[in-house]
Ligand binder design. Structure first.
Ligand SMILES: [Zn+2]
Length: 166
């Protein structure tokens, strides 16, 4: 996800000898990104996750669990999972696992669709993911058109909120 520019471009990140993924600069933008060190297939668990902190308000690093629960990710390097409009991973808040939803090749960046967990985003942004189906302006699911959400796996919390709007 969202990356701070303060993070040195050449730093290596302590991944606790993780051999499945690593953090490296993205070729699309000058940001750090989470990248696969092996192939993942649909349904594979890329990493379990938990909350290092639970916040009442979202920030650019949090994942939303419920109305007033926004978690800071543990392991911390999961914060480098960036957004894509053609994501290959999904933060499953029921199992608390980052899951592969599209085959990922070794070296490929691991991405998720922010509105899949975020109802109202702290920092909406213009997406430059280069996907053919890039949506452009990325906001929380609350502000996105139904047609733009239709093709994505969404968290049970987001699905419930969308039903409430109908
Ligand atoms: Zn995009």
């Amino acid at each position: 996800m969202r990356v701070t520019t303060a993070f040195s471009y050449h730093n290596t990140y302590n991944m606790s000898n993780n051999t499945d993924v690593h953090v490296a600069p993205s070729e699309m933008h000058e940001q750090q990104s989470l990248r696969a060190l092996r192939r993942f297939d649909i349904g594979d668990v890329i990493s379990p996750f938990s909350a290092s902190q639970i916040l009442a308000q979202p920030n650019y690093l949090t994942i939303q669990l419920s109305e007033n629960e926004h978690i800071m990710l543990q392991p911390e390097w999961l914060q480098y999972t960036n957004h894509s409009c053609n994501p290959n991973a999904f933060f499953n808040i029921e199992t608390m696992q980052l899951e592969c939803v599209r085959p990922i090749n070794t070296g490929e960046e691991i991405t998720f669709f922010y509105p899949s967990t975020e109802w109202s985003m702290d920092q909406p942004f213009i997406c430059k993911c280069n996907s053919v189906h890039c949506i452009g302006y990325i906001r929380g699911a609350k502000e996105m058109a139904d047609k733009d959400l239709a093709n994505y796996r969404l968290s049970p919390f987001i699905l419930r909120k969308l039903r409430e709007l109908e």
